[in-house]
Design a protein. Structure first.
Length: 180
């Protein structure tokens, strides 16, 4: 019984040591136990080379593709049903994604939002709240703004435009790990 208690205490002590080592940043192994390279700060040239190799995704490109998808969905909806109202409903659903997304992209690419990491985090939360509020307001105004509103068509346009974010992840490609 005493040996079981001692082994439990030893395992708890080693877990605590591991936790402290990770917090202090002295942990040199990945989760799978493989040795990881020590963290080092990149030079300006190395950072530039990394940015050139892995360019960030342009949010305006995503917004443009969402608008294109919304237009195509609206056209297909109008032609498939023979009712223009269904096409307008699908287009309005796409606009409920594109317009708030464009507002957020504009806010996040402003000079103010990139001043410091703290400012960027607060700016992201603020613009995300604006995006959600504008989306909700647009959905609430839909029955008044779109004559003969078709909610299913609106939701199809909305959902398909939201799924463009998944395409954006594919555009970036898989993350590459470089060995040293």
């Amino acid at each position: 019984m005493a040996s079981k208690t001692n082994s439990r205490t030893a395992s708890h002590a080693s877990a605590a040591e591991v936790s402290r080592a990770r917090v202090r940043g002295h942990w040199d192994e990945d989760d799978d136990g493989a040795a990881a390279p020590a963290f080092r700060k990149l030079t300006r040239e190395e950072a530039s080379a990394l940015r050139a190799k892995e360019p960030p995704l342009n949010p305006w490109r995503v917004i443009a593709v969402q608008g294109g998808v919304g237009g195509v969905v609206a056209l297909i909806a109008a032609l498939a049903t023979g009712r223009v109202e269904v096409g307008w409903s699908a287009l309005y659903g796409a606009a409920c994604v594109v317009v708030p997304g464009a507002l957020m992209a504009r806010g996040m690419t402003s000079r103010f939002s990139s001043m410091s990491p703290g400012t960027s985090a607060v700016s992201f939360m603020l613009w995300e709240m604006v995006k959600i509020a504008v989306s909700i307001a647009m959905l609430m105004l839909a029955p008044k703004l779109v004559q003969g509103l078709s909610w299913p068509a609106l939701l199809v346009g909305l959902v398909l435009c939201m799924k463009v974010y998944w395409l954006a992840l594919l555009w970036r490609g898989p993350t590459r790990r470089t060995g040293s």
